[in-house]
Design a protein around this ligand. Sequence first.
Ligand SMILES: Cc1cc2nc3c(=O)[nH]c(=O)nc-3n(C[C@H](O)[C@H](O)[C@H](O)COP(=O)(O)O)c2cc1C
Length: 309
Amino acid sequence: MSASAPINTAVDLGGIALRNPVLTASGTFGYGTEFGPFLDLRRIGGFVAKSLTLEPRHGNLPARIVETPAGMLNAIGLENVGVDAFVREKLPALPDGVPVVASVFGSEPASYAEVCKRLTGVPRVAGLEINASCPHVKSGGIEFGQDPTLLADLVRATRSATNLPLLIKLSPNVTSIAEMARVCEDQGADGISLINTLQALEVDLATRRPALRNVLGGLSGPAIRPVALRMVWQASRAVAIPICGIGGIATAEDALKFLLCGASAVQVGTANYTNPMAAAEVADGIVAWCAANGVARVADLVGTLEVPE
Ligand SMILES: Cc1cc2nc3c(=O)[nH]c(=O)nc-3n(C[C@H](O)[C@H](O)[C@H](O)COP(=O)(O)O)c2cc1C
């Protein structure tokens, strides 16, 4: 490869064409416009919007976020404007040229499917990510991500509701991530995103109460990165559909490790809170690393982890 040859950063994530493999993670980047002053979205591969429900939701009562030594615990409770307001007000405000992946949530397969239908055919929506894994809402979410039969029902219902590329976002709060990944593939998903947050609890010793009003929350950030790497690796060995790796990614080096473990693309989440330019810096850093290491095509790195016999 000549020193000046451009690095080919394009990747295909289950039918979603990305100019580079770095997206922002659902719930950590608002509706995209909030980050306008800090980051030109055209520098990243794509943007995953906050999970959308049929009706608007206020989410949980505060406290909803607490810092932990290597990350954060949240129990936002899926506050969102609702799918119709997203399509009417939020999408048109986003700059052209960045694929938008809409995240979908519901209390049962039929309401997930209805949200999928409302997003299908909408200009700018490049794909859907089904949130089958939220650990801190009263119904829906994690139940689907933890039970193979319920997950199969959910994937089947959403698959039949849309012809858009369909990613299923899995929960790490399971015994076998490989089994859950296979369920998604068998029911026609185009890809898998993992991981969502790890169910966790923090305590306020002064009040002797849980730090979060919801008691339980989801742990994210650097603390969960090795767990996420492990799960991406296991899932990628179980299925042929592409995987989007998520969990504690803050640097290009973090992202590259996910690619080696089998992720075709990655999402940056909690890191956006400390550095709103994190996703773009990760994308640029991947290019710099490839140039320094003689890699002409980012996609060639996917799944190349060298595992001893
Ligand atoms: C404050 C907050 C809100 C989140 N909201 C959502 C959400 O609405 N839908 C979803 O699928 N994941 C949501 N997540 C999970 C992230 O998308 C991501 O899967 C998780 O945080 C792990 O990645 P990270 O360690 O890079 O943050 C949220 C995470 C945080 C920290």
